[in-house]
Design a protein around this ligand. Structure first.
Ligand SMILES: [Fe+2]
Length: 250
């Protein structure tokens, strides 16, 4: 594989930071997750703690402190792993107002916002929220699109949101069938149509929800080709980190 700003895959969605949400429980677990990610061929990670009224509402300053501690520890075991900071935001009008007031919730690069919804959210609500985010001058990345019922039932909605300017993220585990057969066949349809812009791990632990990527990458490459695989695992993540549009070609 060709390499860009890092020498491997870039995982844009990870709960690797300890004690900030329902992800890593402590620094030792974060280090184990880092080591797994490294062995999976990941060389860049955007840590994305939840911004969620139930799971975590830590301030940016609190998160940044944990991120800096993590970076120091990570450098000792994997100095060539590049680490970045982002957030996964449960979309509510309050979250958008917080952003407008200056709360930092964007991804590294400051152009993209990783958003999630509850699984039963109505399509019209999602569509309106995407519009609101774009109007606020940010590009929404929809986290794990395969989780939302309305999107699974109507694949054309995914196309509509992409046409509006949203970026579509799918979890690697879903592509490999860990979310069940229905989810797997849905991700197949997404891949076939090239509706997926980024694949990420959404890792939460060093166990069941570890940062696994390599098997998924090999599967996508075999079925859908090297170019598309590199786009969704390396180049689009890079563009996000650098705050560039996904259409930009070098
Ligand atoms: Fe997540």
């Amino acid at each position: 594989m060709k390499r860009g700003i890092t020498s491997g895959y870039i995982d844009i969605h990870s709960h690797i930071l300890a004690e900030v949400d329902d992800g890593s429980r402590n620094m030792a677990m974060s280090m184990k997750m880092l080591d797994i990610a490294y062995k999976e061929g990941i060389r860049g990670i955007i840590a994305t703690p939840h911004y969620h009224p139930v799971k975590s509402m830590n301030t940016y300053e609190e998160i940044l402190e944990k991120f800096n501690e993590f970076k120091v520890a990570a450098k000792i075991i994997h100095p060539d792993m590049k680490l970045y900071l982002g957030r996964e935001v449960l979309y509510t009008s309050d979250a958008l107002e917080a952003i407008e007031r200056g709360t930092k919730l964007t991804m590294e690069g400051d152009r993209y916002l990783l958003v999630e919804y509850s699984t039963i959210t109505d399509y019209h609500y999602i569509r309106a929220s995407i519009n609101n985010i774009l109007q606020a001058g940010l590009i929404p990345i929809i986290a794990h699109i395969e989780r939302y019922e309305c999107m699974v039932k109507n694949i054309e909605y995914v196309e509509e949101l992409r046409d509006m300017g949203a970026v579509i993220q799918v979890n690697a585990a879903s592509i490999l069938g860990q979310g069940g057969r229905g989810v797997k066949s849905y991700t197949k349809k997404l891949l076939k149509n090239q509706y997926i812009d980024v694949v990420a791990t959404d890792a939460h632990s060093d166990g069941n929800r570890a940062p696994r990527m390599d098997e998924c990458a090999a599967y996508i490459e075999k079925k859908y080709g090297q170019e598309y695989t590199e786009d969704i695992l390396i180049y689009n993540p890079e563009r996000i980190i650098e705050g560039r549009y996904l259409e930009d070609l070098n």
